[in-house]
Design a protein around this ligand. Structure first.
Ligand code: NAD
Ligand code: G3P
Length: 344
């Protein structure tokens, strides 16, 4: 499947810009290039752009990966955006607004905006597609979200992986789907933007909890209990915010939750392991070389969103309190297991 196989009437997206050359932005640019879609990658630092274009490497984020020879990168956002019909936003969730504000005057008219970030904005409690629409004035049908069990390192190694492209405009979702479909990357479409985004943001917090449990020395029963009860929390919150229950049983819900909670590649899980071993957030950040663990940044916003909608999210609240240094990992684990008994 490629752009050439697009159903009649669906307008192809012929050129992409990927803004953000971290692990996922670089990997997704590779996916697009491998799908035969022309793409320019924007990197914040000139030396990263040069490495990608000249050496076909991103030494810092994907040290073992040889990138496609035709993947061009630049540190000039205007150059990346020139002629782009779709712009992919591959930045940490809490950094999206400030960068978009900087770029919005340069976005081509009618461009499709695709969010890769998994988080909820602190302070505003907005999902990433809502931030994008608020800053750019884009219509809902112009904004797509790509989310699923997508650990960048495995995809960069071309291991078979599925994902979801969510957009309220089905044709737009199909156009993005075809632009990034390769022999190793299989995108499905979904109209449920709310469910896909909340699945992606909330699973990071549950992965922190699973990592914490592992750091405390607990095994697979504890992990499975957290994953399953975590899915119940995520589903309750997402449905209260308008999502379809079924989305949370899909790739952007359960799929991403299982991958992130189980994988040693997950930065959220690794960060949680440090917390479980007794480190503070600052110590865990240092141990993880300053890498983003989105759940740490979003857990208070997700907890507040749940509180405002009257949704009970005990695991999210537990993670928030550990991250805030209010309680130890061991204490909060004991609290969770000793909550009142009830029907599943
Ligand atoms: N890495 C993955 O496996 C993966 C998979 C799916 C989704 N995501 C999500 O994608 C988003 C980006 O993740 P990533 O893994 O690429 O992160 P990363 O830490 O690997 O890279 C982040 C990129 O953003 C840039 N950046 C950081 N602060 C910035 C700022 N203030 N202004 C401009 N640029 C800045 C960095 O230079 C880097 O290029 C996150 O929300 C993450 O949850 C990641
Ligand atoms: O490494 P993490 O924990 O940020 O997770 C990466 C992806 O979101 C997995 O789908």
């Amino acid at each position: 499947m490629s752009v050439a196989d697009l159903p009649a009437g669906v307008r192809p997206l012929r050129r992409f810009a990927v803004l953000g050359a971290g692990s996922w932005g670089t990997t997704f640019a590779k996916v697009l290039a491998d799908a035969g879609t022309p793409v320019t990658l924007w990197a914040r630092r000139e030396e990263v752009a040069e490495q990608v274009t000249k050496e076909h490497r991103n030494h810092e984020y994907l040290p073992d990966v040889l990138l496609p020879a035709d993947l061009h990168a630049t540190a000039d956002a205007s150059e990346a955006l020139d002629g782009a019909e779709a712009v992919v936003l591959a930045l940490p969730a809490q950094r999206l607004r400030e960068n978009l504000e900087h770029w919005r005057g340069r976005l081509p008219a009618g461009v499709t905006l695709v969010s890769l970030a998994k988080g909820v904005e602190r302070g505003t409690l907005l999902r990433m597609s809502e931030v994008i629409r608020e800053v750019t004035g884009a219509a809902a049908g112009d904004v797509a979200v790509l989310s699923g069990p997508n650990l960048a390192g495995e995809i960069a190694a071309e291991q078979p992986t599925a994902t979801v492209v969510a957009c309220v405009d089905h044709d737009r979702a199909v156009a993005v789907q075809h632009a990034c479909s390769t022999g190793y990357f299989k995108p499905y479409t979904n109209a449920d933007v709310v469910g896909c985004e909340l699945g992606g943001a909330c699973k990071n917090v549950i992965a922190l909890a699973c990592g914490t449990a592992a750091g405390l020395g607990y095994g697979d029963n504890t992990a499975a209990s957290l994953i399953t009860r975590g899915l119940a929390e995520i589903s309750r919150l997402a449905v209260a915010l308008g999502a379809e229950q079924l989305t949370l049983a899909g790739l952007a819900g359960m799929g991403d939750l299982v991958a992130t909670c189980s994988s040693p590649l997950s930065r959220n899980r690794r960060f949680g392991e440090c917390l479980g071993r007794g480190m503070s957030v600052a110590e865990a950040e240092e141990a993880n070389h300053g890498q983003v663990a989105e759940g740490v940044k979003s857990c208070d916003a997700i907890g507040e969103l749940a509180r405002r909608h009257g949704v009970d999210t005990p695991i999210v609240d537990a993670v928030r309190r550990v991250c805030a240094g209010e309680v130890s990992a061991k204490e909060v684990g004991d609290e969770l297991i000793n909550r009142e008994l009830k029907v599943e």
